[in-house]
Every structure is written in C-alpha cells, then in structure tokens.
Write a protein that binds this ligand. Structure first.
Ligand code: SF4
Ligand code: SF4
Length: 539
C-alpha cells in the first residue's frame, strides 16, 4: 500500500452531500490516487493507435489533435449507426434512479458522477446536443451540453472510474448496460489518443507476444516446467504438461497470470494435477497463452485483434474443442463476443468430456467450455477421488467475478466444486453475491498503483461483505475465478479486512485431489502444513 494512501478510517468517512456545482459543469480535479496515468507513446505506436505523445491527465494541455471535436462527433455518429444498443441506451433512460446507489464507486466515493445514471449522462448530454432535434434547437434546456476539452477530461476521469462490471444494469428496469456505454466512451477517447497505460501496455504486449505480461514462448515453457518440478516434489508424481502438441483433443487456455503471478500460480498447479489424474489429452500453447483480453477495455476492434489467436491456434493445432481456465474478462469476451468476432468456429466440435461423455451444448456456438463446468461434471459423475479434509485449514467464502457471474451466468458450478472439495464454506450476504456481486473495484484495467485510493473506495462494498463473514464465521480464504480479482483482491481485503487470503477454486481442487500413486501429502499447494500435520511448536 502506497504511504500516501489515506487510511481506511479516513476513506470510510464518505460525504454523500451533493456538491455545490451543477452536474453539467464538466470541470474535474485530477487528485492523486484517483486516476490512472496516460498510455505511453511507444505502446500506442506499437498498436498503430492515434495521437501517440507524452502527456498526463493533470497537464493543462492534453495535446489533442487539432480536429479532435470532429473526430469525436464523427466517431459517435459512426457508432450510433453501427450499434443499435448504443442508440437505444442513449434514448431510453427515464432517470428513475434505480441504478443510482448500485455502483461500488459511488458507494465508496459519494461522487454523484459515479452514479451510473449520471455517468451515462456525461455522454448522453453530448448525444442530445449534436444528434437530437430538441438538443440541436434548445441545447442546455433539452439536456444538451457543448463538447469542450473539459468534457473530454471529464469523460476520461469517469469512464476510467467504471469497471464495466454491469452491476447497475441488473437493477435497471430497461436493462441499460452502463458497461457498454463506458466501452463506447473509452472507444471515442481512444480516437484522440486519450487512454491509460495500464490498458494499452497489456494490449501492446499481447499483440507482440500473445500475453499481457510480454512473456516469450521459452518463458512460458520455463514456467510450466517449474510448476511440473514443484508438483513432483509435493506429490511424488511427475505430471505431463504438453505444450503445442498437434492433434491433442483439447486446447487449454488460461490467463497469463496463472503461470506468472501469485496466488494465481496455485490454480495452475491444480489444473495440471487434475488433467494428469484424469488422463486428459490436452495441450497448452504459448501462442494462446493468454485468455484475458484487455481489448474489452479499449475498443471492439482491439478486442477482436487480441482474441483472434485463440481460434487460430485451435485450428493450427487441430484440436477438437477449447477448455478455458479461471479468468474474468476472457469469459466475457469468449461468451458474448468471440464467435461473432472471429468465428464461426465450424472447424471445431461441440465440447464433450472424454471422461464422462457429457456434451456441453451450452458451448455449441463458441466451442469453449469453462473449467468449473468441466470439473463439476467430473465430480458429479464420481470421476475424482477427493479428500475434503485437506482443505480444513481454510474457512472459505466465494467472490463471484462480475464477468463470469453476470457476464455468462456461471453461478452454481463454482459453488458445487467448492462444496465438493472443502468442508467449510460460507456465503457472503445475498445482495453481494451471484448476479448482484460487487466488483473488486480494480477491473477493466484500473488495477494500477497510482489509482490506489479509488480502487480501495471501489473495493469497499466487497471488503465490507468479506469482513462480515470473517467476523461471523472466521473466514480466512476468499476464492475467486478471475485473474484480475486474484491480483487486486489481496490489496482490498488487506486494506478493509485483514487476515484473509485470496485463491482460486482449482487450488482447492488440487489440495483435495487424491492422485493415484501420490506420496503422503503434508502440505497444501502453498507449502503450508495441512491440518493435523503441523510440526510440533518446539520441533
Ligand atoms: S458498470 Fe459497474 S462500475 Fe460501471 S457504472 Fe455500472 S456499477 Fe458502476
Ligand atoms: S435504472 Fe435505468 S432507467 Fe433508471 S436511471 Fe438508471 S439507467 Fe436510467
């Protein structure tokens, strides 16, 4: 935690009094800790994106292109013509206010422009002024605003204070999807080179090497080899982890954090153990070594460019179908966009478990099945030998990632797996889980250190719910199936709660899985002693 980040007691004193200035006033103060730094010119150049230059949001002069206003208005027109949903969302809000208090950034900051209805209005007011007869004729009286440089700065501030989590849309009687509005807002900003580095650098890395972290194929292979060695030490079994094996039945795609970050890495160990134990004919690939897709936080075009590798690699390796690991935005893209962006994937088959024979008809279009669906099916059919007591040192609660829970409706399978591999599971309050889950506060590319205060503010509702189950049930592990969550929730729970670890579901599966021929297990995948196997205190 950065030294200058305000303490939790200070941040928790939230002032919900509306500010004196009118909402139409676009002026914004770029206060340290509440915004993200601009994208480095070298990354924009690499991606061939407009207006690469050195600048920062707190600069007076943003060095916009001379015709920036036309670029934005033309970009808006193009998108209004192209996306029916965008035009609909600009037209139909009745300002009922049902969404107003549902955003974690509003709850944690008290800033009315973080109310979803008002965040959308920042764009909608420009739509009204330039694209509706009433706005053209009556301007401000019809809710229209002039497009000025201050409006661009305001968009930047607030569209990068929305994690595209879609919680607000659950409560909107019209189903207005603020994430889609934010996506368009960011897309327009990209046209004039106003973007954040934490999104654009992963995009550039991904475009160059296939993964966000810029890991080269030999680095990928090294990491997997390291995991295989570690597993051998722990279990006495050398698992196979094939890389780029042509003709394998299944291509397994995971977020790069799983093989390069902690606590994600323990999830990777769990996958490798599981696949070995059931004798799965699968392959990993360095070229499809990233399921995550920061294009979702950039533009539809970038999302398509970065997603293309998955089907291409499946085709090159001649697999039958694709299995996907624990990731959030990978699944939003895979589930909602992939088959129209880069499909149809007619060269693949409808996923079918080679172990149980179950056909995953829900994936008949994408040809990609979620690891929690796959593992639930194995457990349901009695294909795994599991010792739940090996997770007895954990009191578990589960965070539904926004993109998996709301984005693809995967609600029961994670719980089924958790309850099958551990004895102590406790749900957080109902209005903070499943479809109503609260965002970690750092998704959609906002997980940077310079933005830490805003992240902690956005993480307050989630932190609060974790504290509730920690105080009530002694919860000490928060599971999640999203790589961004695994990277950002540790800071959130340390800040708001303390004493709670974060981990993946397949880490718990790996702990509980009894492998044929394994040596006696005394530790979990983190190397911590299992309950009852602790060394005596004086040893
Ligand atoms: S999508 Fe999420 S972050 Fe964005 S306004 Fe809605 S609730 Fe807030
Ligand atoms: S709930 Fe929907 S209709 Fe009501 S104010 Fe929010 S976005 Fe508008």
């Amino acid at each position: 935690m950065a030294d200058e980040t305000p303490r939790p007691e200070e941040v928790a004193r939230i002032d919900y009094t509306p500010p004196g200035k009118k909402w139409m006033d676009p002026s914004v103060e770029f206060r340290k800790g509440t915004f993200c730094y601009s994208a480095a010119a070298k990354n924009l150049k690499y991606l061939d994106m407009p207006n690469p230059r050195d600048w920062q949001p707190f600069d007076k002069d943003w060095k916009l292109p001379p015709d920036w206003k036309n670029i934005i208005l033309n970009g808006m027109k193009e998108r209004l013509d192209k996306y029916r949903s965008f035009r609909l969302f600009m037209d139909i809000c009745v300002r009922c206010g049902a969404c107003a208090d549902k955003c974690h950034f509003y709850i944690g900051s008290g800033d009315p422009k973080n109310m979803p209805v008002l965040r959308a209005e920042l764009l909608r007011s420009i739509y009204r002024r330039y694209f509706t007869p009433a706005g053209k004729a009556f301007g401000k009286l019809a809710g229209g605003r002039e497009l000025t440089e201050d409006v661009i700065k305001e968009w930047f501030y607030y569209f990068y204070q929305c994690t595209e989590c879609r919680r607000c849309s659950v409560f909107c009687p019209y189903g207005i999807d603020q994430a889609e509005i934010t996506m368009i807002g960011r897309e327009l900003l990209n046209l004039i080179g106003c973007n954040i580095n934490w999104v654009i650098e992963p995009d550039a890395n991904c475009f160059r090497t296939g993964n966000h972290l810029g890991i080269q194929p030999h680095g990928f292979a090294d990491s997997i080899e390291f995991a295989v060695d570690e597993l051998e030490d722990m279990t006495g079994i050398r698992v196979e982890a094939p890389i780029m094996k042509k003709g394998a039945e299944i291509l397994f795609v995971m977020p790069s954090a799983d093989y390069f970050a902690s606590p994600h890495y323990y999830t990777l160990l769990g996958y490798l153990m599981l696949f070995h134990e059931i004798g799965l004919d699968y392959t990993l690939s360095a070229f499809a070594g990233e399921g995550g897709n920061f294009g979702l936080f950039t533009s539809h075009e970038m999302m398509k460019r970065l997603n293309a590798k998955i089907y291409q690699e499946a085709k090159r390796l001649k697999v039958k179908w694709i299995l996907g690991g624990e990731c959030g935005h990978m699944w939003r893209v895979a589930h909602q966009y992939m088959d129209t962006l880069n499909g149809p994937a007619d060269f693949l088959e409808v996923p079918k478990s080679p172990i149980t024979g179950t056909r995953f008809d829900n994936a008949r279009s994408t040809k990609m099945t979620h690891i929690c669906e796959f593992t639930s099916d194995l457990i349901h059919n009695g294909k795994l030998k599991l010792d739940k007591s090996r997770n007895d040192h954990w009191n578990v609660t589960h965070h539904d990632p926004c993109n998996v829970a709301r984005g693809m409706g995967l609600l029961e399978e994670p719980r089924y797996v958790i309850n099958s591999v551990c004895n102590h599971f406790h749900e957080m309050p109902e209005n903070t889980i499943r479809e109503q889950t609260f965002c970690c506060g750092s998704g959609a590319g906002l997980g940077t250190d310079e933005n830490l205060e805003m992240r902690m503010r956005g993480g307050l509702p989630r932190g609060n719910a974790v504290k509730y189950v920690k105080d009530k049930h002694g919860v000490n592990l928060l599971t999640t199936i999203c790589a961004i969550d695994k990277a950002t929730l540790p800071a959130v729970v340390d800040y708001w709660v303390g004493g709670v670890e974060v981990g993946g579901i397949h880490e718990l599966v790996g702990n509980a899985l009894v492998m044929k021929g394994e040596k006696e297990r005394t530790t979990d995948l983190r190397g911590e002693p299992l309950k009852g196997k602790e060394e005596p205190a004086d040893a």
